[in-house]
Design a protein around this ligand. Structure first.
Ligand SMILES: NC(=O)c1ccc[n+]([C@@H]2O[C@H](COP(=O)([O-])OP(=O)(O)OC[C@H]3O[C@@H](n4cnc5c(N)ncnc54)[C@H](OP(=O)(O)O)[C@@H]3O)[C@@H](O)[C@H]2O)c1
Length: 160
């Protein structure tokens, strides 16, 4: 068995695997935004440059690390890294469990490294152009599932 250092992913997924549409999240669920804040607060958060653009500002109380191939890119309030591995290595210098917050390309690259997934299931069919990468659910243990107060939303934690 591979020993992995702790690495979390945080994602909200529609029934069809949807995570994004036109550069945005395809729903607005205040309870999930609160959940996201609780889960990520105090952690180093690692994201792709497009997700950074969508968020639009550094998230307070968290170290913001952005992955981009653009040489010399400078972002106010974030540290920029040319590879996901470099971002995760830097994140680990201050956080034993960095949190990867998307988007699709970053989730896909981080999947083999992840040890925990904070998954918000959004039981809605939505139009999307960005999807969570397919993954082998059988290697993950569902350690928590609780319904949100919001209709059709569940908070799930997977670990391996
Ligand atoms: N539902 C959710 O929980 C959730 C969470 C996060 C995001 N989203 C949605 O997902 C969508 C964005 O996802 P996305 O996949 O299009 O974009 P993304 O992963 O956020 O960002 C992609 C960018 O990251 C950089 N990048 C990616 N892989 C890299 C690598 N291996 N090395 C260096 N740089 C790399 C590149 O930036 P440069 O172009 O600057 O080189 C690339 O264009 C949006 O719709 C967003 O709302 C949803």
């Amino acid at each position: 068995m591979t020993e992995r250092a702790p690495l979390a992913m945080v994602v909200a997924i529609g029934d069809n695997g949807a995570i994004g549409k036109d550069g945005k999240v395809p729903w607005r669920i205040p309870e999930d935004l609160k959940h996201f804040k609780n889960v990520t607060m105090g952690h180093a958060i690692v994201m792709g440059r497009k997700t950074w653009d969508e968020v639009g500002r550094p998230l307070p109380g968290r170290r913001n690390l952005v992955v981009s191939r653009q040489p010399g890119l400078v972002l106010a309030g974030a540290e920029v890294f040319p590879t996901l591995d470099a971002a995760i290595a830097a994140a680990r210098t201050t956080d034993a469990e960095p949190h990867v917050i998307g988007g699709s390309t970053i989730y896909e690259a981080a999947m083999p490294l992840a040890t925990r997934i904070h998954l918000t299931e959004v039981h809605r069919k939505v139009e999307a152009d960005t999807f969570f990468p397919p993954f082998d659910r059988s290697v993950w243990r569902e350690v928590e599932r609780r319904p949100a107060e919001t209709e059709g939303v569940e908070f799930v934690t997977l670990e391996r």
